[in-house]
Design a protein around this ligand. Structure first.
Ligand code: ADP
Ligand code: MG
Length: 241
């Protein structure tokens, strides 16, 4: 298992956003967290990242407890990286510098960095763009850089919060297929937050359905589709009655 989330809950003031949540992610597994706006998807992802503290329970990564009670490993020391909806590239750094930033922090040596840069620029179709600043790129290109930058640090688990939702429909459809292929090829496990059913179907080996801070169902897309555990899941799967 690359990730174990055990009885993790979260409240903001008197509002309980997540009830105690338990699930596991295997090596290389592509997981989508699917649910409507406000159901707690981003909060769950941020707790896995260590960007939000957990109220209860435990988070374990690759066999190591990264949070339990007072014990807390900060995001930069977890075997993860994150891709954000708004790209969050360094505006003053070129594409190449953005990609190298994390690799330098992880102390990859120069030869490894060059090889990796080469591989990622072709995987993510960034040829000819390395010396540009983010402002000189389209939205789709910026998001590719965001993904390349995250992959450059060799995370065991890639966290993505609605990474394609700022792109137009055509690009979104193209990129979700590419992203699924890429994650499969690199066999990096991922937690991918989306409110878009088709995106979840394309990207996920298993889909975790979150509703009002609870897991409604967690399984392969085909199983959710053929045997929805509740009318709510059935509706999400596109059944109309
Ligand atoms: P989603 O990503 O599924 O849209 P979020 O995890 O962002 O949902 O939010 C779930 C609920 O928690 C929402 O009601 C939101 O307003 C609330 N919430 C999220 N972050 C905070 C915060 N930092 N402080 C207070 N309330 C928050
Ligand atoms: Mg969100």
């Amino acid at each position: 298992m690359i990730l174990r989330v055990k009885g993790v809950s979260k409240s903001f003031g008197s509002q309980q956003v997540l009830e105690p949540i338990t699930f596991e992610v295997g090596e290389g597994e592509r997981i989508c967290i699917l649910g409507p706006s406000g159901c707690g998807k981003s909060t769950l992802l941020q707790m896995v990242a260590g960007l939000q503290r957990i109220d209860s329970g435990e988070v374990e990564m690759a066999g190591v407890t990264v949070e339990r009670g007072r014990h807390y490993v900060p995001p930069e020391n977890r075997p993860i990286n994150m891709v954000f909806q708004d790209y969050a590239l360094w505006p003053h750094m070129t594409v190449k510098q953005n990609m190298e930033y994390g690799m330098k922090r992880r102390k990859l040596d120069t030869k490894d960095r060059a090889d990796k840069l080469e591989r990622l620029q072709s995987l993510l179709k960034l040829e000819g763009l390395l010396d540009r600043l983010p402002a000189q790129l389209s939205g789709g290109q910026q998001q590719r850089v965001g993904i390349a930058r995250a992959l450059a640090t060799e995370p065991k688990l890639l966290l993505m919060d609605e990474p394609l939702s700022n792109l137009d429909v055509k690009l979104r459809t193209d990129m979700r297929g590419e992203l699924a292929r890429l994650l499969g090829e690199l066999s990096i496990a991922s937690l991918y937050v989306t409110h878009d059913r088709m995106e979840a179907f394309t990207v996920a080996d298993r889909i975790l359905i979150l509703r009002d801070g609870r897991i409604d169902q967690f399984g392969e897309p085909r199983v959710l589709f053929e045997r929805p555990a509740s009318p709510w899941v059935a509706q999400l799967m596109g059944y109309h009655n």
